[in-house]
Design a protein around this ligand. Sequence first.
Ligand code: 5AD
Length: 468
Amino acid sequence: MSSVTIPDLPLDRESLLAEPATICAWLQESDPARLSRLWETADRVRRRYVGDEVFLRAIIEFSNYCVRRCAYCGIRAPNTRLARYRMNPEEIAACAARAMDAGIRTIVLQAGEDPALDAEWVAGVIRRVKSLGPVAITLSLGERSDEELLLWREAGADRYLLRFETSNPTLYGLYHPGRSDGRARSRVEMLHALRRLDYEVGSGVMIGLPGQTWADLAEDLRLFAELDLDMIGCGPFILHPDTPLGDWAIAEREGLVAAIGQAYFGQNLSQTSEELQGLSRVAAAISEGALGGEGVEEIRCFAGLRDLQPQQPNFLASPGCGYQESRKGMADGRMPSALCGGETSAWPPSAGADQVPPDELTTYKVIALARILCPWANIPATTALATLNPTMGRRLGLRRGANIIMPNFTPPHYRTDYQIYPGKAETLENPDNTLAGILAALAAENRPLGQGTGVSKNYLRRKGLLPA
Ligand code: 5AD
């Protein structure tokens, strides 16, 4: 089809920033040739601005206590289905020492917003890790006061990660109830404060939060450039069952199951758990592809196994109707009111046809566009990406703009309790295996291991320290 010439979308930084609709168009691109152009451009920019080296960051998730109630996160305060833990300074230092023995020169100290981590305690941990040798410290401790951030910077912390999660203020508000003590700060404002305090500043978003549109995601990317971020971490949203979003997904599926039972078989089939399970598969297939081929197959298979006679065979011939009907059922009040947050039911948010999917492909597009928009930034192939695709996720991330990997150095016996989302890659491995896998991936990608702490080139550039 070489005779058809579709004008190609511009892909340089200036054009993308001048016309955010172009970012939006790239995010929705599905043509393989154009996507190859996106990947190749991002890879070329990455090589030119930050080189081939891949830097490792050892992450230690040292406390899963959290006072916040973020609607997507598994360690939110109200979740009682996990054991809370807080590592002591000795344990933290021992983990850091292991990472340093393995040659890693950045330690990421991450925790929930745990009030027991008082400022002096954290400062003590920072000094202790710093005393182990030449190592950079990245903090990821949520929303904190300027005084705390200053104290920690003076104690030796070099970098701070705080994702703004979404640039859409309405969506942000729906997912992030305030703190019960009323202390709140705007994340973007805190990113500015971190910059004033001379931290290397990292942020990022989740991809595919329910209610997130393509335009929202394009604005997230534009904001990365406006904030002139030194580090950018983005991963797919992964549904956690023990959260308000998880409750909603289950409630929706159960509503759908009941609707299919009624509409197709003329009876309530969702009484026994076995039947519920069978129909749940049907519901899953249908909600993913409306009432497409897979959904129909699932219903036939389910009916065949149980020798059920369809009461309304036409149900199968009206694509999507059962799904739409059951959604209406949910809207009519089948959804537990506790999940709706009272009468004003903006919950759960919905973006309809504009909804960004929380998938691998979209994540690669975000990584690639972030690289083009912020060429000097350090950009990880995140653990959430590795969770969607354990064998190739990180490697494809590295090919499409990423230059950082963050192996988990949390002691294995704590990891199952730090499930911010389920199935987190490496939950059950020990750090040495994880590291071996990552080093093998680097070798396979022909990318050298970074030496030294891997300070963000963007930070060096904005400080006038980047050698020409
Ligand atoms: N799926 C994917 N990422 C999540 N995070 C929190 N919960 C989830 C989830 N369910 C991300 C947030 C947070 C980071 C530490 O983990 O973006 O900033």
